[in-house]
Design a protein around this ligand. Structure first.
Ligand code: ATP
Length: 307
């Protein structure tokens, strides 16, 4: 009994930590296969998708709190049109990551509903829901295995050619080829340590291999140099191509092309529109933009002064 209890308890701790960080949720679900707190309805059907076509995603008057006394999201209402990108911006703690946790059905909401392709996510099996969604987390945990394995994990039985194709699309192929053992190079805690950006590119390649119809991209918060910044923009385009995408953005420059930008503040959407529309509004988004431009100018001036 004790022997059984310890690993389960360990998985519980692991589960809570991962749930919070959004990191590698898919990996965890394949271990536990289900979240005991969230149950499928009896005889729940699978999420119906029209082939590979990306579905519409809809949040309808969603209210949510993690704990009884503190509401986190208030009456959230928005639609991500099929195959388009919606970016969410806002101060730390405004509820951006919570949105992605709810779409993945890590938690059930108190009122309102969330739909994918017109189906309420609470009515379909969790397995089919999570099959449809790919996540590129801020912080990717790598397996202690080869870099090739870490990419191939996105699709059991993937061929070498498929792995190389997605690595190219995620701009990580050249880097891998430059390593002494190429795709056979060991990574993770006991192998080669990858930088945050490299790890994120591995996660992108893995997700491209999974080829989900809905994508969540949680942009890393850490500051990047302008080359990495351009790389991220190119990758975002690659991932989002014809997929319904939710991008949690910290750098506004990465989301100027998004079809819709939601500005969140204390759990509410306070502005929405395209970059051009929001700039014309001269409100919270425009202020954030000005501030970021200013800090970039200051940063690049400082770099120039140093060199
Ligand atoms: P950041 O930009 O810093 O990642 P965010 O906008 O993504 O922030 P969330 O992570 O969605 O913000 O958090 C929104 C609010 O919910 C915060 O006030 C946070 O303290 C609270 N919160 C997040 N996770 C939990 C939890 N598991 N239990 C209780 N409160 C939580």
């Amino acid at each position: 009994m004790i022997q059984l209890y310890i690993p389960l308890n360990f998985l519980g701790v692991l589960y809570r930590e991962i749930k919070q960080s959004l990191a590698d949720m898919e990996k965890l679900f394949s271990l536990l296969d289900q979240n005991k707190e969230i149950a499928d309805k009896p005889a729940a059907p699978v999420l119906q998708l029209a082939g590979n076509a990306s579905p519409e995603v809809e949040f309808k008057r969603v209210n949510f709190s993690y704990e009884e006394k503190r509401q986190i999201l208030f009456d959230l209402d928005f639609t991500i049109a099929a195959g388009t990108t919606t970016a969410v911006v806002g101060h730390s703690g405004s509820g951006k990551s919570t949105l992605s946790r709810l779409l993945f059905r890590f938690y059930d909401i108190q009122s309102g509903s969330i739909h994918i392709g017109g189906q309420n996510i609470m009515d379909v099996t969790q397995h089919s829901l999570r099959q449809a969604i790919g996540i590129v987390p801020q912080d990717t945990v790598l397996f202690n295995d080869t870099i090739g394995y870490n990419i191939a994990y996105g699709k059991p039985g993937a061929t070498k050619e498929e792995v190389i194709a997605v690595a190219k699309a995620a701009y990580i192929h050249d880097f891998i080829e430059s390593l002494p053992d190429g795709y056979e190079t060991m990574v993770g805690e006991r192998g080669l340590k990858l930088s945050g950006g490299e790890k994120q590119r591995v996660a992108i390649a893995r997700t491209l291999l999974k080829n989900p119809v809905v994508m969540i991209f949680d942009e890393a918060t850490s500051a990047l140099d302008s080359k990495s910044e351009q790389m991220i923009q190119a990758q975002l385009k690659q991932i989002a191509k014809s997929r319904t995408s939710l991008v949690i953005a910290h750098r506004l420059s990465t989301i100027v092309d998004a079809q819709q930008i939601l500005v969140m503040d204390k759990g509410r959407i306070i502005e929405r529109g395209t970059h051009t529309e929001l700039m014309a509004l001269a409100g919270a988004y425009a202020q954030m933009w000005e501030r970021q431009q200013h800090s970039y100018d200051t940063a690049s001036n400082a770099i120039e002064a140093e060199s």
